[in-house]
Design a protein around this ligand. Sequence first.
Ligand code: FRU
Length: 467
Amino acid sequence: MTPTDALNREHQQYRASADQCVAAAAWLASRDPLRPRYHLTPPAQWMNDPNGPVFFDGEYHLFYQHNPYGSVWGNMSWGHAVSTDLVRWKHLPIALVPNPEGYDRAGVYSGCCVDHEGIPHILYTAVDHQAAQQQTQALAYSHDRLITWTKAPQPVIPNAPDGPVPDFRDPFCWREGDTWNMALCHASTATKSVVRYTSKDLRQWEYRGVIYDQFSNVPECPNLFPLGDKWLLTVSPYGDVIYALGDYRDGQFLPQGPWQALDLGGSAAFYAPNTLFDLSGQKMMWGWVRGGGSPQSPWNGCFSLPRVLDLANDKTLTIHPHAALTSLRGAKREYGNLQLDAGVRVPLPELPGPGTELTGTFKVGEMSRCGLEIAGAGPEGKPLTITYDAAKGRLSCGTAGGTFRLPVGERLELRVFLDRSVLEIYANSRAALTARFHPKNPARPELFAWSDGESLAHLTAWALADI
Ligand code: FRU
Protein backbone atom coordinates (compact mmCIF):
# COMPACT_ATOMS: atom_id res chain seq x y z
CA MET A 1 0.00 0.00 0.00
CA THR A 2 1.37 3.44 -0.93
CA PRO A 3 1.51 6.18 1.74
CA THR A 4 -1.33 7.95 -0.14
CA ASP A 5 -3.49 4.80 -0.04
CA ALA A 6 -2.79 4.51 3.68
CA LEU A 7 -3.68 8.17 4.22
CA ASN A 8 -6.98 7.69 2.42
CA ARG A 9 -7.85 4.39 4.06
CA GLU A 10 -7.33 5.97 7.43
CA HIS A 11 -9.36 8.97 6.33
CA GLN A 12 -12.38 6.74 5.64
CA GLN A 13 -12.13 5.23 9.10
CA TYR A 14 -11.96 8.60 10.85
CA ARG A 15 -14.86 9.86 8.75
CA ALA A 16 -17.03 6.92 9.78
CA SER A 17 -16.43 7.50 13.48
CA ALA A 18 -17.09 11.25 13.09
CA ASP A 19 -20.46 10.41 11.49
CA GLN A 20 -21.33 8.09 14.36
CA CYS A 21 -20.61 10.80 16.87
CA VAL A 22 -22.89 13.27 15.08
CA ALA A 23 -25.65 10.64 14.73
CA ALA A 24 -25.47 9.94 18.45
CA ALA A 25 -26.17 13.59 19.26
CA ALA A 26 -28.82 14.16 16.58
CA TRP A 27 -31.87 13.07 18.54
CA LEU A 28 -31.12 15.42 21.40
CA ALA A 29 -30.37 18.29 19.00
CA SER A 30 -33.70 17.74 17.26
CA ARG A 31 -35.56 18.23 20.58
CA ASP A 32 -34.27 21.75 21.16
CA PRO A 33 -37.18 24.20 20.80
CA LEU A 34 -34.74 26.95 19.76
CA ARG A 35 -33.27 24.97 16.87
CA PRO A 36 -34.28 26.46 13.50
CA ARG A 37 -36.49 24.33 11.27
CA TYR A 38 -36.14 25.79 7.81
CA HIS A 39 -32.59 27.10 8.06
CA LEU A 40 -30.06 24.41 7.29
CA THR A 41 -28.33 23.11 10.42
CA PRO A 42 -26.09 20.05 10.72
CA PRO A 43 -27.83 16.99 12.27
CA ALA A 44 -26.00 17.98 15.47
CA GLN A 45 -22.87 19.65 16.84
CA TRP A 46 -20.94 22.72 15.74
CA MET A 47 -20.84 24.36 12.33
CA ASN A 48 -19.23 27.54 11.04
CA ASP A 49 -18.46 28.68 7.48
CA PRO A 50 -20.42 27.44 4.47
CA ASN A 51 -17.86 25.72 2.23
CA GLY A 52 -17.70 24.69 -1.42
CA PRO A 53 -21.22 25.30 -2.76
CA VAL A 54 -21.38 23.51 -6.10
CA PHE A 55 -23.94 22.29 -8.65
CA PHE A 56 -23.10 18.83 -9.87
CA ASP A 57 -25.13 16.31 -11.85
CA GLY A 58 -28.53 17.87 -11.16
CA GLU A 59 -27.95 18.58 -7.47
CA TYR A 60 -26.75 21.44 -5.31
CA HIS A 61 -24.16 20.49 -2.71
CA LEU A 62 -23.24 22.53 0.31
CA PHE A 63 -20.43 21.74 2.72
CA TYR A 64 -19.63 23.45 5.98
CA GLN A 65 -17.00 23.76 8.68
CA HIS A 66 -18.06 21.19 11.24
CA ASN A 67 -16.92 19.81 14.58
CA PRO A 68 -18.43 16.30 14.67
CA TYR A 69 -17.31 15.85 18.28
CA GLY A 70 -18.90 18.80 20.03
CA SER A 71 -20.93 21.98 19.91
CA VAL A 72 -17.88 24.26 20.11
CA TRP A 73 -15.29 25.06 17.42
CA GLY A 74 -12.65 22.32 16.94
CA ASN A 75 -11.68 19.19 14.93
CA MET A 76 -12.47 21.13 11.77
CA SER A 77 -14.07 18.85 9.17
CA TRP A 78 -16.40 19.30 6.21
CA GLY A 79 -20.08 18.41 6.80
CA HIS A 80 -22.18 17.87 3.68
CA ALA A 81 -25.78 18.35 2.51
CA VAL A 82 -27.51 18.06 -0.87
CA SER A 83 -30.62 19.60 -2.43
CA THR A 84 -32.41 19.77 -5.74
CA ASP A 85 -34.44 22.90 -4.96
CA LEU A 86 -32.04 24.97 -2.78
CA VAL A 87 -34.55 24.87 0.05
CA ARG A 88 -34.99 21.27 1.21
CA TRP A 89 -31.69 19.64 2.15
CA LYS A 90 -30.67 16.06 2.85
CA HIS A 91 -27.69 15.34 5.06
CA LEU A 92 -24.91 13.23 3.58
CA PRO A 93 -21.93 11.60 5.32
CA ILE A 94 -19.17 13.94 6.46
CA ALA A 95 -16.94 14.62 3.45
CA LEU A 96 -13.55 15.45 4.96
CA VAL A 97 -11.96 15.07 8.39
CA PRO A 98 -8.37 15.71 9.47
CA ASN A 99 -5.91 12.82 9.28
CA PRO A 100 -4.27 12.79 12.74
CA GLU A 101 -0.91 11.89 11.19
CA GLY A 102 -1.33 13.88 8.00
CA TYR A 103 -0.65 17.33 6.60
CA ASP A 104 -4.12 18.46 7.76
CA ARG A 105 -3.80 17.01 11.26
CA ALA A 106 -4.88 20.29 12.91
CA GLY A 107 -7.88 20.91 10.69
CA VAL A 108 -9.61 20.82 7.34
CA TYR A 109 -10.43 24.52 7.04
CA SER A 110 -12.59 26.43 4.58
CA GLY A 111 -12.41 26.24 0.81
CA CYS A 112 -14.31 25.61 -2.39
CA CYS A 113 -15.53 22.80 -4.62
CA VAL A 114 -15.31 22.89 -8.43
CA ASP A 115 -16.12 20.60 -11.32
CA HIS A 116 -12.87 19.93 -13.18
CA GLU A 117 -13.25 17.74 -16.26
CA GLY A 118 -16.42 16.17 -14.86
CA ILE A 119 -14.82 15.32 -11.52
CA PRO A 120 -15.67 17.27 -8.37
CA HIS A 121 -12.56 18.65 -6.67
CA ILE A 122 -12.32 20.31 -3.27
CA LEU A 123 -9.59 22.86 -2.55
CA TYR A 124 -9.29 23.43 1.19
CA THR A 125 -6.86 24.79 3.73
CA ALA A 126 -4.94 22.04 5.51
CA VAL A 127 -3.62 23.01 8.94
CA ASP A 128 -0.57 21.46 10.56
CA HIS A 129 0.85 23.21 13.62
CA GLN A 130 4.05 21.19 13.34
CA ALA A 131 4.96 22.66 9.94
CA ALA A 132 6.80 25.94 9.28
CA GLN A 133 3.96 27.09 7.00
CA GLN A 134 1.07 25.91 9.15
CA GLN A 135 -1.71 26.65 6.67
CA THR A 136 -1.37 25.17 3.18
CA GLN A 137 -3.79 24.57 0.33
CA ALA A 138 -4.81 20.96 -0.28
CA LEU A 139 -6.82 19.00 -2.83
CA ALA A 140 -9.32 16.13 -2.65
CA TYR A 141 -11.51 14.65 -5.38
CA SER A 142 -14.47 12.29 -5.60
CA HIS A 143 -15.47 9.61 -8.09
CA ASP A 144 -18.74 8.68 -6.40
CA ARG A 145 -21.03 11.72 -6.60
CA LEU A 146 -19.20 13.64 -3.88
CA ILE A 147 -19.62 11.00 -1.16
CA THR A 148 -16.07 9.74 -0.60
CA TRP A 149 -13.06 11.95 -1.15
CA THR A 150 -9.50 11.01 -2.01
CA LYS A 151 -6.88 13.37 -0.61
CA ALA A 152 -3.86 14.22 -2.75
CA PRO A 153 -0.53 12.93 -1.32
CA GLN A 154 0.74 16.40 -0.42
CA PRO A 155 -0.70 19.93 -0.25
CA VAL A 156 -0.86 21.52 -3.70
CA ILE A 157 0.28 24.94 -2.38
CA PRO A 158 2.66 24.01 0.45
CA ASN A 159 4.27 27.44 0.91
CA ALA A 160 3.20 31.06 1.01
CA PRO A 161 4.85 33.23 -1.67
CA ASP A 162 7.38 35.11 0.52
CA GLY A 163 7.96 32.72 3.38
CA PRO A 164 5.70 31.51 6.18
CA VAL A 165 2.72 33.63 7.25
CA PRO A 166 0.20 32.79 9.97
CA ASP A 167 -2.91 33.40 7.84
CA PHE A 168 -2.86 31.72 4.46
CA ARG A 169 -6.22 30.19 3.81
CA ASP A 170 -9.74 29.88 2.38
CA PRO A 171 -9.19 29.23 -1.36
CA PHE A 172 -11.96 30.45 -3.67
CA CYS A 173 -11.63 29.23 -7.27
CA TRP A 174 -13.21 30.19 -10.56
CA ARG A 175 -12.42 29.39 -14.14
CA GLU A 176 -11.48 31.77 -16.96
CA GLY A 177 -11.06 29.92 -20.27
CA ASP A 178 -8.93 26.89 -19.51
CA THR A 179 -7.32 28.45 -16.43
CA TRP A 180 -8.35 28.05 -12.81
CA ASN A 181 -7.95 31.16 -10.68
CA MET A 182 -7.72 31.09 -6.91
CA ALA A 183 -8.31 34.02 -4.56
CA LEU A 184 -6.69 33.37 -1.20
CA CYS A 185 -6.36 35.18 2.13
CA HIS A 186 -2.68 35.99 2.84
CA ALA A 187 -1.96 37.87 6.07
CA SER A 188 0.72 38.57 8.65
CA THR A 189 1.49 41.62 10.80
CA ALA A 190 2.96 43.27 7.68
CA THR A 191 0.29 42.39 5.12
CA LYS A 192 -3.45 41.86 4.90
CA SER A 193 -4.18 40.83 1.36
CA VAL A 194 -6.11 38.65 -1.02
CA VAL A 195 -3.68 37.04 -3.44
CA ARG A 196 -4.09 35.06 -6.64
CA TYR A 197 -2.80 31.77 -7.97
CA THR A 198 -3.56 30.10 -11.29
CA SER A 199 -3.52 26.50 -12.49
CA LYS A 200 -4.57 24.39 -15.47
CA ASP A 201 -5.13 21.18 -13.54
CA LEU A 202 -5.73 22.20 -9.87
CA ARG A 203 -2.47 20.43 -8.96
CA GLN A 204 0.29 22.77 -10.16
CA TRP A 205 -0.32 26.32 -8.99
CA GLU A 206 1.55 29.47 -9.88
CA TYR A 207 1.59 32.60 -7.72
CA ARG A 208 0.27 35.65 -9.64
CA GLY A 209 0.42 38.47 -7.12
CA VAL A 210 -1.95 40.57 -5.05
CA ILE A 211 -5.60 41.01 -5.99
CA TYR A 212 -6.20 43.61 -3.26
CA ASP A 213 -4.28 44.53 -0.11
CA GLN A 214 -5.89 47.56 1.56
CA PHE A 215 -7.54 45.61 4.38
CA SER A 216 -7.14 46.52 8.02
CA ASN A 217 -7.66 42.97 9.24
CA VAL A 218 -7.22 39.37 8.06
CA PRO A 219 -9.50 39.08 5.01
CA GLU A 220 -10.95 35.63 5.70
CA CYS A 221 -13.02 33.75 3.15
CA PRO A 222 -12.63 35.96 0.06
CA ASN A 223 -15.16 35.56 -2.76
CA LEU A 224 -14.57 37.39 -6.05
CA PHE A 225 -17.04 37.22 -8.92
CA PRO A 226 -18.65 39.17 -11.75
CA LEU A 227 -22.03 40.77 -11.06
CA GLY A 228 -23.68 42.47 -14.02
CA ASP A 229 -20.94 44.55 -15.63
CA LYS A 230 -18.97 44.85 -12.38
CA TRP A 231 -17.06 42.59 -10.03
CA LEU A 232 -17.74 42.09 -6.36
CA LEU A 233 -15.10 41.26 -3.76
CA THR A 234 -16.26 40.23 -0.31
CA VAL A 235 -14.18 39.24 2.73
CA SER A 236 -14.80 38.51 6.40
CA PRO A 237 -12.14 40.50 8.31
CA TYR A 238 -13.16 39.22 11.79
CA GLY A 239 -15.77 42.03 12.06
CA ASP A 240 -18.61 42.82 9.63
CA VAL A 241 -18.57 40.94 6.35
CA ILE A 242 -17.69 43.67 3.85
CA TYR A 243 -17.93 44.01 0.08
CA ALA A 244 -17.05 46.48 -2.62
CA LEU A 245 -18.17 46.66 -6.22
CA GLY A 246 -15.56 47.54 -8.78
CA ASP A 247 -13.48 46.41 -11.66
CA TYR A 248 -11.25 43.36 -11.89
CA ARG A 249 -8.44 43.79 -14.40
CA ASP A 250 -5.04 42.14 -14.88
CA GLY A 251 -5.50 40.19 -11.67
CA GLN A 252 -6.27 43.26 -9.58
CA PHE A 253 -9.46 44.39 -7.93
CA LEU A 254 -10.17 48.12 -8.16
CA PRO A 255 -13.06 49.18 -5.93
CA GLN A 256 -15.29 51.85 -7.44
CA GLY A 257 -17.21 52.64 -4.28
CA PRO A 258 -16.94 52.31 -0.52
CA TRP A 259 -16.50 49.04 1.36
CA GLN A 260 -19.85 48.30 2.97
CA ALA A 261 -21.39 45.75 5.31
CA LEU A 262 -23.12 42.87 3.51
CA ASP A 263 -25.43 42.21 6.44
CA LEU A 264 -26.48 44.82 8.98
CA GLY A 265 -26.67 42.24 11.78
CA GLY A 266 -22.87 42.24 12.15
CA SER A 267 -20.41 39.38 12.38
CA ALA A 268 -22.02 38.05 15.55
CA ALA A 269 -24.95 36.88 13.42
CA PHE A 270 -23.65 36.55 9.84
CA TYR A 271 -20.13 35.64 8.82
CA ALA A 272 -17.88 33.99 6.24
CA PRO A 273 -20.43 33.75 3.41
CA ASN A 274 -19.86 31.68 0.32
CA THR A 275 -21.47 32.00 -3.09
CA LEU A 276 -22.58 30.07 -6.15
CA PHE A 277 -24.23 30.86 -9.49
CA ASP A 278 -27.51 28.88 -9.56
CA LEU A 279 -28.86 27.21 -12.71
CA SER A 280 -30.48 30.41 -13.92
CA GLY A 281 -27.22 32.33 -13.50
CA GLN A 282 -28.24 34.16 -10.32
CA LYS A 283 -25.54 34.66 -7.71
CA MET A 284 -26.54 33.03 -4.44
CA MET A 285 -25.00 33.50 -1.05
CA TRP A 286 -25.12 31.63 2.24
CA GLY A 287 -23.57 32.86 5.47
CA TRP A 288 -22.84 31.30 8.82
CA VAL A 289 -25.38 32.28 11.48
CA ARG A 290 -23.65 31.85 14.83
CA GLY A 291 -24.96 30.41 18.04
CA GLY A 292 -26.99 27.54 19.42
CA GLY A 293 -29.83 26.99 21.83
CA SER A 294 -29.07 26.51 25.51
CA PRO A 295 -25.47 25.73 26.55
CA GLN A 296 -26.48 22.06 26.90
CA SER A 297 -27.97 21.65 23.43
CA PRO A 298 -25.71 19.74 21.04
CA TRP A 299 -26.02 22.08 18.08
CA ASN A 300 -24.46 25.42 17.32
CA GLY A 301 -24.72 27.40 14.08
CA CYS A 302 -26.82 27.28 10.94
CA PHE A 303 -26.81 28.64 7.40
CA SER A 304 -28.59 31.82 6.47
CA LEU A 305 -31.33 31.42 3.87
CA PRO A 306 -30.01 31.48 0.31
CA ARG A 307 -29.81 35.12 -0.80
CA VAL A 308 -29.63 36.39 -4.34
CA LEU A 309 -27.18 39.18 -5.12
CA ASP A 310 -27.58 41.41 -8.15
CA LEU A 311 -27.03 44.91 -9.43
CA ALA A 312 -29.76 47.55 -9.43
CA ASN A 313 -30.13 49.95 -12.36
CA ASP A 314 -28.07 52.48 -10.42
CA LYS A 315 -25.28 49.85 -10.08
CA THR A 316 -25.71 49.34 -6.35
CA LEU A 317 -26.10 45.91 -4.80
CA THR A 318 -29.50 44.27 -4.46
CA ILE A 319 -30.05 41.41 -2.05
CA HIS A 320 -33.17 39.32 -1.53
CA PRO A 321 -34.17 35.82 -0.45
CA HIS A 322 -34.08 33.20 -3.23
CA ALA A 323 -37.48 32.79 -4.94
CA ALA A 324 -37.45 29.03 -4.24
CA LEU A 325 -38.19 29.81 -0.57
CA THR A 326 -41.81 30.63 -1.43
CA SER A 327 -42.31 26.89 -1.97
CA LEU A 328 -42.23 26.51 1.83
CA ARG A 329 -45.25 28.78 2.27
CA GLY A 330 -48.39 27.20 3.75
CA ALA A 331 -51.23 28.77 5.75
CA LYS A 332 -51.55 32.50 5.16
CA ARG A 333 -52.92 35.27 7.31
CA GLU A 334 -53.55 38.83 6.17
CA TYR A 335 -53.50 41.65 8.66
CA GLY A 336 -54.89 44.15 6.15
CA ASN A 337 -54.32 47.86 6.19
CA LEU A 338 -53.26 48.86 9.66
CA GLN A 339 -53.34 52.44 10.80
CA LEU A 340 -50.33 52.85 13.05
CA ASP A 341 -50.59 55.87 15.30
CA ALA A 342 -47.87 57.14 17.57
CA GLY A 343 -47.69 55.21 20.81
CA VAL A 344 -50.01 52.40 19.74
CA ARG A 345 -48.65 48.91 19.20
CA VAL A 346 -50.95 46.90 16.98
CA PRO A 347 -50.89 43.17 17.77
CA LEU A 348 -50.62 40.61 14.97
CA PRO A 349 -52.63 37.80 16.54
CA GLU A 350 -52.43 34.11 15.68
CA LEU A 351 -49.35 34.26 13.58
CA PRO A 352 -49.32 31.15 11.44
CA GLY A 353 -46.29 29.18 12.45
CA PRO A 354 -44.21 27.90 14.14
CA GLY A 355 -41.88 28.93 11.27
CA THR A 356 -43.14 32.20 9.84
CA GLU A 357 -42.48 34.63 7.04
CA LEU A 358 -43.96 38.06 7.39
CA THR A 359 -44.13 40.49 4.51
CA GLY A 360 -45.02 44.08 5.15
CA THR A 361 -45.34 47.37 3.35
CA PHE A 362 -45.09 50.50 5.46
CA LYS A 363 -45.86 54.02 4.35
CA VAL A 364 -43.44 55.98 6.48
CA GLY A 365 -43.34 59.66 7.35
CA GLU A 366 -40.12 61.44 6.40
CA MET A 367 -39.02 61.90 10.00
CA SER A 368 -40.70 58.94 11.67
CA ARG A 369 -39.77 55.47 12.76
CA CYS A 370 -41.74 52.27 12.35
CA GLY A 371 -41.34 48.55 12.44
CA LEU A 372 -42.18 45.41 14.37
CA GLU A 373 -41.75 44.28 17.93
CA ILE A 374 -41.34 40.73 19.22
CA ALA A 375 -42.58 40.37 22.79
CA GLY A 376 -40.10 39.07 25.34
CA ALA A 377 -37.42 38.27 22.74
CA GLY A 378 -34.81 40.84 23.73
CA PRO A 379 -32.26 40.68 26.55
CA GLU A 380 -33.80 40.06 30.01
CA GLY A 381 -37.18 39.32 28.48
CA LYS A 382 -37.60 42.85 27.11
CA PRO A 383 -39.22 43.29 23.70
CA LEU A 384 -37.00 43.01 20.63
CA THR A 385 -37.63 45.87 18.23
CA ILE A 386 -37.11 45.96 14.49
CA THR A 387 -36.88 49.60 13.48
CA TYR A 388 -36.67 51.60 10.29
CA ASP A 389 -35.66 55.13 11.24
CA ALA A 390 -36.37 57.45 8.30
CA ALA A 391 -34.64 60.47 9.87
CA LYS A 392 -31.42 58.57 10.55
CA GLY A 393 -31.60 56.34 7.47
CA ARG A 394 -31.07 53.25 9.57
CA LEU A 395 -32.45 49.72 9.84
CA SER A 396 -31.94 47.95 13.14
CA CYS A 397 -32.92 44.99 15.24
CA GLY A 398 -32.22 45.50 18.93
CA THR A 399 -28.71 46.98 19.15
CA ALA A 400 -27.58 45.66 15.75
CA GLY A 401 -28.12 47.67 12.60
CA GLY A 402 -26.69 49.94 9.96
CA THR A 403 -27.30 52.45 7.23
CA PHE A 404 -30.36 51.92 5.09
CA ARG A 405 -32.01 54.92 3.53
CA LEU A 406 -35.20 55.10 1.48
CA PRO A 407 -35.71 57.95 -0.94
CA VAL A 408 -38.61 60.18 0.07
CA GLY A 409 -41.87 58.62 -1.04
CA GLU A 410 -40.60 55.04 -1.35
CA ARG A 411 -42.42 52.62 0.91
CA LEU A 412 -40.60 50.33 3.27
CA GLU A 413 -40.95 46.74 2.04
CA LEU A 414 -39.99 44.24 4.70
CA ARG A 415 -39.66 40.49 4.53
CA VAL A 416 -39.04 38.99 7.93
CA PHE A 417 -38.23 35.32 8.52
CA LEU A 418 -38.77 33.99 12.03
CA ASP A 419 -37.38 30.53 12.61
CA ARG A 420 -37.44 29.62 16.33
CA SER A 421 -34.33 31.59 17.35
CA VAL A 422 -33.08 32.86 13.99
CA LEU A 423 -34.36 36.03 12.40
CA GLU A 424 -33.66 37.41 8.93
CA ILE A 425 -34.90 40.76 7.75
CA TYR A 426 -34.77 41.94 4.14
CA ALA A 427 -35.67 45.53 3.27
CA ASN A 428 -36.63 46.70 -0.23
CA SER A 429 -34.31 44.06 -1.75
CA ARG A 430 -31.43 46.33 -0.76
CA ALA A 431 -30.52 45.41 2.80
CA ALA A 432 -30.32 42.25 4.86
CA LEU A 433 -30.07 41.95 8.62
CA THR A 434 -29.58 38.61 10.38
CA ALA A 435 -30.06 38.22 14.12
CA ARG A 436 -30.50 35.60 16.79
CA PHE A 437 -33.37 36.05 19.23
CA HIS A 438 -34.74 34.17 22.18
CA PRO A 439 -38.51 34.29 22.18
CA LYS A 440 -40.42 33.13 25.27
CA ASN A 441 -42.41 30.74 23.14
CA PRO A 442 -40.23 29.96 20.09
CA ALA A 443 -43.07 28.16 18.32
CA ARG A 444 -45.46 31.11 18.67
CA PRO A 445 -43.66 34.45 18.86
CA GLU A 446 -45.93 37.35 19.71
CA LEU A 447 -45.62 40.25 17.26
CA PHE A 448 -46.73 43.87 17.09
CA ALA A 449 -46.52 46.54 14.40
CA TRP A 450 -45.70 50.05 15.53
CA SER A 451 -44.81 53.56 14.46
CA ASP A 452 -43.90 56.73 16.33
CA GLY A 453 -45.51 58.99 13.76
CA GLU A 454 -48.40 58.19 11.53
CA SER A 455 -47.93 55.24 9.30
CA LEU A 456 -49.93 52.76 7.25
CA ALA A 457 -48.91 49.14 7.10
CA HIS A 458 -50.12 46.18 5.11
CA LEU A 459 -48.92 42.90 6.56
CA THR A 460 -49.21 39.26 5.53
CA ALA A 461 -47.85 36.21 7.33
CA TRP A 462 -47.22 32.69 6.07
CA ALA A 463 -46.47 29.50 7.92
CA LEU A 464 -43.23 28.09 6.50
CA ALA A 465 -42.73 24.33 6.38
CA ASP A 466 -39.87 22.57 8.17
CA ILE A 467 -37.14 21.34 5.89
C1 FRU B 1 -13.72 31.85 9.20
C2 FRU B 1 -12.57 30.89 9.46
C3 FRU B 1 -11.76 30.64 8.20
C4 FRU B 1 -11.16 29.30 8.47
C5 FRU B 1 -12.28 28.61 9.22
C6 FRU B 1 -11.81 27.63 10.28
O1 FRU B 1 -14.75 31.72 10.12
O2 FRU B 1 -11.75 31.37 10.49
O3 FRU B 1 -10.82 31.63 7.91
O4 FRU B 1 -10.81 28.62 7.32
O5 FRU B 1 -13.05 29.60 9.82
O6 FRU B 1 -12.90 26.96 10.85
